[in-house]
Ligand binder design. Structure first.
Ligand code: NAP
Ligand code: FE
Length: 369
């Protein structure tokens, strides 16, 4: 056995955790730049709780509510300039993967690397300084609260690129399921499917680790009944929401060690060119990916399906279709997206490693007109 494991995020879980553990915020700094999307953080109570906690600890803050879905490199540069003007010495993100990922990039850029080019930002693994970061996930899916990745829309390369450095792991992650109670079904389903993809891909990745595989199976065991309930049109109560948030965090730890694979590589084009939600993009590709891997790795696929409570790939495909629907691509799009995906780093993290023709087959089988 041979592996390394590093997870430096302090995770605080439970209703009221922001108020209960506010003292940890003092270790971040004295001037917090608070990043959210336009509406949800104000509506779900997370913003009010965080502002009250910062006031209680005597930490000054400025609120930036301009983070849109799938944040671009241009947007994070604007936010970083505002954080610098404020004199921020720490960053706090409340929201889904978009505010959390944008905050990671701002933590790098506002610390003194504003002049750095996009290429350096996306390829460098160690920066001179990165501002400390705390996050409050309000979707249950990306796991970004415990990962060293920021996924950013790259309009130059027309895909999503990622910044990754151990320095962007959040220092603190507050998980309060109450903030996710009013998530609409469509976002709940897409984000839960993203978490499922992280657990499955992380388990199967070339860089999979033994602890990551244990977390992956536990995450799938918890996700399975919630996914089936959502597919049957049930609404989740607080316990169900807390389970999703916990399972998604576990799956985040999985990919923090192993990275993702071909599903995420192909999914980025569906999001960039077809505006398909990130989790849905992964979900529509999952059955074809598992069918591609089955001849080489039948036992592992069967272990994953049984952790999810699914009899076979067909039944998983049916559940996923009920949850997130379909995506249709024409032959030209299938060709183009396979050509883009084959260049992604996570293709090398897929075993057996697909060639472009395999990606075309997976995209074609998933997204038939
Ligand atoms: P998101 O883009 O952060 O949010 C999607 C929508 O959900 C937004 O309209 C947001 O509204 C709303 N929303 C968030 N929390 C809500 C709540 N509690 N109640 C009601 N509405 C709420 O979606 P996401 O799926 O969480 O994140 C997707 C991003 O994460 C993608 O860019 C993806 O590539 C990235 N990702 C990152 C990692 C990683 O390891 N870093 C892993 C997987 C995916 P507001 O805008 O008003 O807040
Ligand atoms: Fe993802």
């Amino acid at each position: 056995m041979k592996f390394t494991y590093y997870m430096p995020t302090r995770v605080l879980v439970g209703a009221g955790c922001v108020a209960e553990h506010s003292q940890y915020l003092c270790s971040l700094g004295q001037r917090a730049f608070l990043m959210t999307g336009k509406y949800s953080a104000a509506a779900n109570g997370s913003l009010a709780d965080m502002c009250a906690a910062l006031d209680k600890e005597g930490i000054r803050w400025q609120h930036w509510n301009q983070v849109g879905p799938n944040p671009t490199l241009e947007e994070v540069r604007l936010a970083a300039a505002a954080a610098r003007d404020f004199g921020a010495d720490c960053i706090i993100a409340l929201g889904g993967g978009s505010p959390m990922d944008a905050a990671k990039a701002v933590a790098v850029l506002a610390a003194g690397e504003v002049a750095v080019s996009d290429e350096v930002l996306l390829s460098q693994r160690r920066f001179v300084k990165v501002l400390p970061l705390a996050v409050v996930p309000t979707t249950a899916g990306t796991g970004s609260e415990v990962t060293p990745y920021a996924i950013l829309t790259n309009n130059t390369l027309k895909t999503k690129s990622f910044l990754t450095s151990e320095q962007v792991y959040p220092k603190l992650a507050f998980l309060d399921g109450r903030y996710t109670l009013d998530l609409p079904l469509k976002i709940t389903a897409a984000t839960a499917v993203d978490a499922m993809s992280h657990a499955i891909e992380g388990y199967l990745a070339v860089r999979a680790t033994p602890p990551g595989q244990s977390f992956a199976l536990e995450s799938l065991r918890l996700l399975g009944p919630q996914l089936s309930a959502l597919a049957a049109g049930q609404t989740l109560d607080l316990a169900g929401r807390e389970t999703l948030l916990y399972a998604s965090m576990l799956a985040g730890i999985v990919i923090s060690q192993s990275g993702t694979t071909a599903v995420h590589a192909m999914g980025y084009s569906l999001t960039y060119f077809k505006e398909v939600d990130h989790g849905k993009a992964n979900g529509v590709l999952m059955a074809a990916y598992l069918r591609y891997l089955t001849p080489a790795r039948p036992q592992e696929i069967s272990t994953l399906l049984s952790a999810l409570g699914q009899a076979n790939i067909d039944s998983l495909a049916l559940t996923l279709e009920k949850l997130i629907g379909r995506v249709q691509l024409n032959p030209d799009e299938i060709d183009r997206f396979a050509g883009i995906a084959i260049q992604a780093a996570n293709i090398q993290n897929t075993r057996p490693q697909p060639v472009q023709e395999d990606l075309k087959t997976m995209l074609g089988n998933s997204c038939k007109k």
